[in-house]
Write a new protein. Sequence first.
Length: 306
Amino acid sequence: MSDLMETLRQEGISPDLLRAVEDYRAAHALPEALRPRIPASGFTYYGREVWEQALAALLCGENLLLAGGKATGKNVLAENLAAAFGRPAWDISFHVNMDAASLIGMDTFVDGAVTFRPGPVYRCAQCGGFGVLDEINMAKNEALAVLHAVLDFRRAIDVPGYERIPLAKETRFIATMNYGYAGTRELNEALTSRFAVIQMPTITEENLEKLLRAQFANLTDKYVHQFALLFLDLQKKCDSAEISTKALDLRGMLDALRLMRRGVAAGPALDMGITNKAFDSYEQGLIRDVIAARIPASLTAEKLFR
């Protein structure tokens, strides 16, 4: 956590906001049992303006909706925010079978007796956690209706057959959504109005290079620059609809670099991390052409890393 805060200071995040976050952590002590739930993300989101907007919104008691395309860092930022505030996080991934009982909890048998087993939203409300509502625009109406009273001024959960549970004042919810994925849809106005919304920008060349240096400290400056440009080249091809977004995979590019560090040549490593995620042979050829313009297929770890 201290490393993350130091990174934010180096990124030029408002000192007033960072002091407010530290005051928040000091004012809301966390039981030792919940400390393992504080995320320890392997990545840091880079983007000063987005960080300042997100910190200000959470400090004001708002819930956040992070909307944007693929590889814009929505989930990384959500994890980083929970870590910065020192709060336990619950990841709640929406899918077609997610219903109210999955969110709040349900009755179950323990030692022959009926016992209520709390769901992630219930636990988050009890413990003052940060609930990450992943791909919220894939949720069914029944699941979304549960969230209305949780996200607005009522800040409470009515558990059928049990008591009304008020949210701990530290509780925040951070939702993420992609546009255009199969199974997604527009959020209704009632739900959208319960969030402060940040449209996540595409990652810049400068921030890509920061990410690459943070993940691969011994990657040569030349190839830090070339891999950043490679990702931006793929992004341009996706924007112009020459290739699908399957190849726009930042995780895949980082995975390929790890393979190269283990001794796999650049060509096969990038095939595994990026190219082979498109299953059309013609599209694979286009992706390989983009890669070949930046990264030689025969490149080995000796030339990549210092």
